[in-house]
Design a protein. Structure first.
Lengths: 292, 301
């Protein structure tokens, strides 16, 4: 699957007898293989459940060996369960929110890293601090702010709060990266007559592509997976994104475990795709978050 | 910022921050002020009022906070939050660190194991919650497995039993978090000095001694980050509890965040809910500062 992507070049060479090493390798796999299986078992179980029929589950229980195979669970989840609509809403929120977050964050990071803005360190840390606040302290006033802006219960509000809340973190990470770009590059461009905007667009942004990709992968999963902001700024059921719709569906299809399982698989697939497609970026994005 | 610039060059640049660059900074800053800092300040004000969302908020001084401490549900939620922080933090650090140590050295299959373990991290907490709700069903995998190994006496309605609900949710949350902590520790281990480990091995130090006296001290930086991140995360925890139990049964899995949400959005006790939010903030503050200090150090280096 993805075995090769994360292994690092061998750096440790320990002097061991071949037999000894072989035994250790055997012990390693004997422990890790069952553990890993146990780890993925809940996912596999839900996946299998999603393809079973309602009658099969009702008769034999959720934990029984499957004796049916049907797409009915998915059909119901995507259709009357509204997961199809919710998926489309989530995309409409996630794409603009990720792009806007990265755009605005790159502006702020550019200004703070390449120009002697007075107090830039304080500004940077204050922006980061904003992202570390517990969302609970923002929920009630944010819903009020959205009301007074006249965008409460619209997807615009959801995009706005995702951008506002995430900005500090993205700015901090991008700032760290932009700072490491040698000033000779931008100086040379400046002498050639390039203005700040050209330097930003032609030199800094292209060089930031790796960190933008990593942050993008991370932001996509964060925003797509959000629940609390969605239920804070949205009221109408027909406007809820995937996570919130999933919880509603769970209430409406109590004991229809195949539908619930199918819906959670539907909700999990997009981020799983992002993960497998951008695994390397995703992991480096997480690490950016840690060494900040 | 740049160490290369001569004093004069630096002075030149200080004089000239072009207007457009100010704009670059101002627009994002204003967005964050409007969406984060202004609302946060409002919460502090609201916590000193009584308000149901209609009309004007009535200032009541510290009444909300006084009420909080005689509120059994709040005290229970606070206690649950402490259990949560310790359980969630402790288990995910133990698991993540253990797995990172096991999967640190490149061997065949390591990449596959790592991917499998941090895969749950990409799922939303709501999805994670549902995945586990299915397992915890009365006829779900967990009870079935217990029955299969002859422990049917332990079978329970895990999420409907006030004694187990919180821990059942905790297990699901840890399942998702371990991979993340593992990634952090793997990165930390990568930056440790392998020659130290080898040298102490040559000197005859056992595996535990090497870990305790050679590797562990080098992980100090990662530990700080993991500690701060986990505590901040546990105070924020909301989604997974909301998805699995909504704080029930009988508030047995209530956390501060879920109680705050109920008070604010179900009962419209906006002042009281804001007071809970302020308590959450106050508890998180120390760890936010820890995190920021560490960020400052990274910044300076």
């Amino acid at each position: 699957m993805t075995a090769a992507t994360l292994t690092r070049p061998a750096s440790e060479q320990t002097a061991e007898t071949p037999a000894n090493r072989k035994r250790r390798r055997w012990v390693f796999h004997a422990v890790m293989a069952p553990l890993t299986l146990l780890w993925v078992a809940p996912m596999i179980f839900v996946l299998v459940l999603a393809f079973r029929s309602f009658d099969d589950i009702a008769q034999n229980g959720t934990a029984a060996w499957p004796s049916s195979f049907t797409f009915q669970g998915f059909k119901t989840a995507l259709g009357t369960g509204a997961m199809g609509r919710a998926l489309w809403i989530s995309i409409q929120v996630t794409v603009p929110a990720v792009l806007l977050s990265l755009l605005l964050a790159s502006w702020a990071a550019y200004a703070l890293s390449r120009y002697a803005v007075p107090g830039r360190r304080i500004i940077l840390l204050t922006m980061l601090a904003g992202n570390l606040l517990p969302p609970q302290i923002l929920l009630i006033p944010v819903s009020r702010v959205m009301e007074s802006l006249g965008i409460y219960d619209t997807l615009v509000a959801l995009v706005a709060i995702h951008v506002g809340f995430g900005l500090g973190f993205y700015t901090f990470v991008l700032h760290g990266f932009m700072r490491s770009i040698p000033s000779e590059l931008t100086e040379a461009a400046r002498i050639d007559g390039a203005g700040p905007v050209q330097i930003y667009a032609r030199i800094i942004m292209p060089l930031c592509r790796p960190s933008l990709a990593a942050l993008g992968a991370l932001a996509t999963t964060w925003i797509f997976n959000d629940l609390i902001w969605a239920i804070t700024v949205l009221r109408t059921e027909a406007k809820l994104p995937v996570t919130a719709a999933l919880l509603n569906l769970q209430g409406g299809y109590v004991s229809n475990w195949n539908v619930v399982a199918a819906a959670s698989v539907v909700a999990a697939i997009p981020t799983a795709i992002v993960f497998f497609a951008f695994q390397r970026h995703f992991v480096s994005g997480l690490l950016m978050g840690s060494t900040k | 910022m740049t160490t290369v610039a001569a004093p004069r060059g630096r002075r030149d640049r200080q004089r000239a921050v072009p207007a457009v660059v100010w704009l670059f900074l101002l627009i994002p800053a204003l967005v964050e002020i409007g969406m984060v800092f202004w609302p946060a300040l409002n919460s502090f004000y609201l916590s000193l009022t009584k308000w149901n969302g209609l009309g004007a908020a009535q200032p009541v001084g510290l009444d909300n906070f006084r009420d909080l401490f005689s509120d059994d549900v709040f005290r229970g939620a606070l206690k649950n939050n402490v259990i949560w922080a310790i359980g969630f933090g402790g288990l995910s650090v133990l698991g993540g660190l253990g797995l990172a140590l096991a999967l640190n050295k490149p061997r065949r299959g390591v990449g596959l194991y790592r991917s499998a373990i941090y895969l749950p991290m990409v799922f939303s907490l709501a999805v994670t919650g549902l995945f586990w709700r299915v397992q915890y069903q009365p006829d779900g995998t967990i009870n079935t497995l217990l029955g299969a190994v002859g422990l049917s006496g332990l079978e329970k309605q895990w999420l409907a039993d006030p004694d187990t609900a919180l821990y059942a949710v905790l297990v699901a949350a840890v399942w998702r978090q371990v991979g993340y902590v593992m990634v952090l520790y793997l990165a930390g281990l990568k930056s440790t000095d392998p020659t130290l480990d080898d040298a102490s091995a040559v000197d005859g130090a056992g595996a535990w001694q090497r870990f305790r006296y050679v590797t562990w001290p080098q992980l100090k930086g990662v530990n700080t980050v993991v500690f701060a991140v986990t505590v901040i995360d546990s105070l924020r925890t909301f989604d997974i509890v909301w998805a699995m139990t909504q704080g029930g049964p009988y508030h047995s899995s209530e956390l501060l965040s879920t109680y705050m949400f109920q008070q604010g959005f179900t009962f419209l006790n906006l002042g009281y809910a804001s007071a809970i939010a302020v308590v959450i903030f106050a508890l998180a503050l120390v760890f936010i500062i820890t995190y920021l200090i560490r960020a400052t150090k990274e910044e300076a280096s």
